[in-house]
Design a protein around this ligand. Structure first.
Ligand code: TMP
Length: 242
């Protein structure tokens, strides 16, 4: 449990191109329509400092940082995010939805990477502490399908950029360091380990984690997420019973 006031903490996790950002936005809209106050945020990021740390992590050469350096930077960002945004919102009784959180570090840096588990165990204990999510959606998708989707999205983002559309699109397609695609370029073997890593986390914490088949059409995925979240919020007393 989030252990903070009467709020409710939901996280979205998964590999690249799993549609979690879209689903996080759809869930925010749905809960707001039900009258709840929602903070939608993301990691790495969510505060000015954490967004600056994000820029170091998600751009450039895949070899630029070790898994351990990535874990430490993500936790520096997470500590700021927890203190300045997540815990204050939970204390106010709000629903917090974060697009990625602590399971990303365990999956990407420890289970798919080579950061020692004991380091992340300690960081989870001392930085996350009691602010463990109440509900985590693990968006599961075949990595080849996910990476294809993510590649398309990056190229689209770049094309939509009004400043230098051609150059930006070329940069995205040729994997230039200007794009937020550093982890997408880790290779298929890494992304296959990543999928297994998330399924391992879900098996270890079945109360908190729900695995969602993210290969289905977005509206089907959204309906399942809405049903599960509504049931949990009713149980927690944040939404009236059926
Ligand atoms: P995004 O693709 O969801 O915007 O996330 C940015 C990238 O950062 C994504 O490739 C996963 C990676 N990441 C980690 O490796 N460890 C972490 O702890 C977090 C939060 C993200």
């Amino acid at each position: 449990m989030a252990g903070e006031g009467s709020g409710f903490f939901i996280t979205f996790e998964g590999g690249e191109g799993s549609g979690k950002s879209t689903q996080a936005r759809l869930l925010k809209d749905l809960l707001e329509e039900s009258g709840l106050s929602v903070l939608l945020t993301r990691e790495p990021g969510g505060t000015d400092m954490a967004e600056r740390i994000r820029a170091l992590l998600v751009r450039g050469d895949p070899d630029a940082l070790s898994s351990t350096a990535e874990a430490l930077l993500n936790y520096a960002a997470r500590d700021d995010h927890l203190r300045r945004r997540i815990r204050p919102a939970l204390r106010q009784g709000r629903v917090v939805i974060s697009d990625r959180f602590m399971d990303s570090t365990r999956a990407y840096q420890v289970l798919a990477g080579d950061c020692p588990a004991r380091l992340v165990d300690a960081l989870e204990r001392d930085v996350v502490g009691e602010t463990v999510p109440d509900l985590t959606f693990i968006m599961d998708i075949d990595p080849e399908m996910g990476l294809t989707r993510a590649g398309r999205r990056l190229a689209q983002d770049a094309t939509n950029n009004k400043k230098q559309p051609a150059a930006q699109a070329d940069a995205a397609l040729s994997h230039d360091s200007g794009s937020e695609d550093r982890f997408e370029r880790f290779g298929l073997a890494f992304h296959k380990r990543l999928r297994e890593a998330y399924l391992t986390i879900a098996r270890a914490q079945p109360q908190r984690c729900v695995v969602i088949d993210a290969s289905r059409p977005p509206e089907q995925v959204a309906a399942e997420i809405a049903r599960i979240t509504t049931a949990r919020l009713r149980k927690a007393g944040l939404l009236p019973g059926a």
